[in-house]
Ligand binder design. Structure first.
Ligand SMILES: NC(=O)c1ccc[n+]([C@@H]2O[C@H](COP(=O)([O-])OP(=O)(O)OC[C@H]3O[C@@H](n4cnc5c(N)ncnc54)[C@H](O)[C@@H]3O)[C@@H](O)[C@H]2O)c1
Length: 269
């Protein structure tokens, strides 16, 4: 970590890791066998007035406004997911689901020069994928034949990679359908139930189906994408509320009207 001065703006990788297991010792700390996140597994959290963390978890954000910096954490999730795909500039990717994670995954893909095709059912989120500029094409599986449209858009080849960001089995199935032979499917979703995988699709196209969890050494690069103007986080801040409104305008919106929001920023003062 570079030297910091009082008043600098920073973000924190909110990890609790053991530093002793095989993954920790080999540098894959996101795979720590005792992995926890500050706030979910102890150690205070975002609702604490002050928090102490090891210097290794602190990343300066320079001039990025703090409300945008609050989105660096999910952006780092997206950056790691894209890294897992091995995709490069000039490739074509499909992102299944345009919630916060799908939108930010598309943002990273666009930011590094990859053409993005986003699939989504919700009108509000389809609009956001277009208005934020992260989707080159938006497809709606309730009205589009997604596989046929992706083939059309890729001159019959199929996409180089696809990202499951919905946690919906039909989306996972579609991601396997839309990638080209030897393509890569990254499963970003954290499933609340076991998913089924049509292994014949994996076998016959030699698809690489990969997992991704959180981030590991991704923050600096994610921050740089924002600083260089390759990712604009502003469109993903869909609300700014006071702490006193956290339940009514924060949790209630996210539980009951999820598609109307991407990220809601809570101001403590
Ligand atoms: N791997 C990681 O490190 C990591 C980190 C954070 C979140 N996640 C996971 O990523 C997933 C996405 O998170 P989120 O906050 O964006 O979720 P979300 O529920 O807000 O978004 C999912 C989107 O998928 C859309 N969708 C549903 N069915 C669809 C269909 N048939 N076709 C196209 N789109 C469809 C929904 O309309 C919604 O907009 C979750 O499972 C979450 O737990 C993973």
């Amino acid at each position: 970590m570079t030297a910091l001065a009082v008043g600098d703006s920073v973000v924190v990788e909110p990890y609790i890791v053991c530093n002793e297991c095989g993954p920790c010792l080999s540098g894959h700390y996101n795979l720590c066998t005792k992995l926890g996140f500050i706030g979910l597994a102890g150690g205070g959290g975002g609702l604490s007035e002050k928090i102490v963390v090891d210097a290794r978890w602190v990343h300066p954000v320079g001039d990025i406004p703090l409300d945008e910096a609050a989105l660096i954490e999910p952006l780092a999730v997206a950056y790691h997911a894209v890294g897992r795909s091995g995709l490069k500039a000039g490739d074509v990717a499909v992102v299944g689901g345009a919630g916060p994670i799908g939108l930010l995954t598309a943002a990273v893909l666009k930011g590094i020069g990859i053409t993005t095709i986003v699939t989504e059912l919700s009108a509000a989120r389809k609009d956001k994928a277009v208005s934020s500029g992260v989707a080159d094409h938006v497809l709606d599986p309730s009205s589009d034949d997604v596989k046929a449209r992706v083939l059309e858009l890729t001159d019959g080849a199929g996409a180089d990679g696809a990202f499951e960001c919905a946690g919906v089995n039909a989306v996972l199935d579609t991601m396997l359908d839309v990638v080209r032979p030897a393509g890569v499917v990254v499963n970003v979703s954290i499933w609340g139930h076991p998913a089924t995988v049509d292994m014949q699709k994996v076998v016959l196209k030699e698809i690489d189906l990969r997992g991704t969890i959180a981030y590991c050494g991704d923050h600096a690069a994610a921050i740089k994408l924002v600083q260089e103007g390759k990712v604009d986080l502003k469109p993903f801040i869909t609300g700014r509320i006071a702490l006193a409104d956290l339940v009514d305008k924060g949790f209630d919106t996210l539980i009951n009207h999820n598609d109307t929001a991407v990220k809601i920023i809570v101001h403590p003062s």
